[in-house]
Design a protein. Structure first.
Length: 354
C-alpha cells in the first residue's frame, strides 16, 4: 500500500507535535509561531504596531527616578544625573585626595600608624559610586571564579505582543494549533523570554548554564537560556550607579536606561547581568527550527532598572535586579511585519555557598 504523502503544512504540524513531546516546550513555540505566520501572511499589510510605555512598579519596591520618560531622547545615561564624578571611575583607592579618609589625623602631629589605642575604628565601608562599583565587581568576580552555589529565582511577565493586522488572526489561530485555549502571542513569544516564575538551586561547582536537571522520563536537560541567567562577574563603572543608597551591608541603586544592550558590555545593564534580549540570538534560535522566518531588526529599550547587592565580610550574600523593557521586532517572511511588546522582570540570587 502506497505511503500517504503529506502536504508541507501537514509535515510541519507533525513535526510540531513531535517537538512538543520531545523538546522543551518553549522551543516548541518557535515552530508554532513560524507556522502561524505562514498561515496568516495573506492577511498581512504593511503595519506598524503602536505601543505606549505603561507605568510600572519595579519589583525592587523603590520609586523610579523618572528616567523612563526621557529615555527616548537619550536611551543611555540621563543628563540630569550630574552628581557622579567621571574621574572617580579610574580608581577607588588613589588616596591622594580623599576628603572622607578616616585615617587623616584629627590634630597636627598625630601619628596614626604608631598610636591606634585612642583612634576610632576605621570605616572601610565604600561611600562613592566608584568604590561601590569596584566592590561589587570584586565579590561577584570571586563568586563566579569559585563557582559558588546559590538559589536563583526569576519572575517575568510578557505582555501586549502585537504584530499589527496579524495580531487578531494569530491569537485565534494559535489555540487551535496548540489545543490550549489559553495560548496566544504573549505565551508564544513569552516562551523565548522566560515568561513566568522560575527557580533553581545551583550546586557548588556548577552554573545555571552547566547544571543538568532530571526530567520526568529520567533523561537530562539543561536550564533553558541558562547562559543568560547564570551569575555574572559584573564590570560596573561609577557612572552605572545612580541614586545610591547604603543601608548596612546592602547597596541599592538605579542603573541608567539603555537601548540594545549587547554581550560586549556596552551598557550599564549588560555590565551587571546577561539577562538581555539580543537579535542575533533570537534569529539563531528560530533558525534551529525553521528557515521560514528571519529577524532583520530588534530594538529593545530597558527602563526603571533597579539593583540591590548585599555584601558581608567580603562575600556576596544577595544580588537582586528588576527592570521594564519594551521592544520592536521586525519579523520577515515574504514581507516584513513589525511586532511590538513589553515585559517586566525581576531576579534574585541568594543563599550563596562558598
Amino acid at each position: 500500500m502506497a505511503k500517504k504523502v503529506l502536504t508541507p503544512e501537514q509535515q510541519e504540524i507533525k513535526a510540531m507535535k513531535k517537538a512538543k513531546k520531545s523538546q522543551n516546550w518553549t522551543k516548541f513555540w518557535a515552530i508554532v509561531l513560524a507556522l502561524a505566520l505562514t498561515l496568516c501572511i495573506a492577511f498581512a499589510g504593511q503595519s506598524q504596531g503602536k505601543k505606549n510605555v505603561p507605568e510600572t512598579t519595579p519589583a525592587a519596591g523603590e520609586q523610579g527616578s523618572g528616567s523612563g520618560s526621557g529615555s527616548n531622547d537619550n536611551p543611555g545615561y540621563s543628563s540630569g544625573d550630574s552628581y557622579v564624578d567621571p574621574g572617580s571611575s579610574d580608581s577607588s583607592s588613589d588616596g591622594t585626595d580623599t576628603p572622607n579618609d578616616p585615617a587623616d589625623p584629627a590634630t597636627p602631629g598625630a601619628d596614626s600608624s604608631d598610636d591606634k589605642s585612642d583612634a576610632p575604628a576605621a570605616d572601610n565601608t565604600p561611600k562613592s559610586e566608584a568604590e561601590v562599583a569596584a566592590l561589587i565587581n570584586k565579590v561577584t568576580g570571586e563568586a563566579v571564579a569559585q563557582k559558588v552555589g546559590y538559589d536563583w529565582k526569576r519572575d517575568c511577565s510578557v505582555k501586549d505582543i502585537d504584530v499589527g493586522r496579524l495580531t487578531s488572526g494569530l491569537n485565534k489561530l494559535i489555540p487551535t494549533i496548540s489545543k490550549n485555549p489559553d495560548d496566544n502571542l504573549n505565551t508564544v513569544v513569552g516562551g523565548f523570554l522566560g515568561n513566568g516564575s522560575k527557580s533553581e538551586t545551583v550546586p557548588k561547582g556548577k552554573t545555571l548554564d552547566t547544571m543538568e536537571k532530571t526530567k520526568d522520563d529520567g533523561s537530562k536537560e539543561t536550564v533553558y537560556h541558562g547562559s543568560s541567567y547564570t551569575l555574572k562577574a559584573t564590570q560596573l563603572k561609577a557612572e552605572d550607579i545612580k541614586n545610591l543608597k547604603i543601608s548596612g551591608n546592602t547597596y541599592s541603586f538605579d542603573i541608567p536606561d539603555c537601548s540594545n544592550p549587547a554581550r560586549n558590555g556596552n551598557t550599564g545593564l549588560s555590565r551587571f547581568t546577561n539577562d538581555i534580549v539580543v537579535r542575533e540570538e533570537v534569529e539563531s534560535e528560530l533558525a534551529g527550527f525553521t528557515d521560514q522566518v528571519t529577524v532583520p531588526a530588534l530594538t529593545a529599550n530597558y527602563k526603571n532598572i533597579k539593583a540591590s547587592v548585599t555584601i558581608k565580610d567580603g562575600k556576596l550574600v544577595e544580588l537582586k535586579y528588576s527592570f521594564y523593557a519594551d521592544a520592536q521586532l521586525d519579523v520577515k517572511m515574504l514581507i516584513t511585519v513589525k511586532g511590538t511588546g513589553n515585559l517586566t522582570t525581576s531576579a534574585t540570587y541568594s543563599n550563596f555557598k562558598y
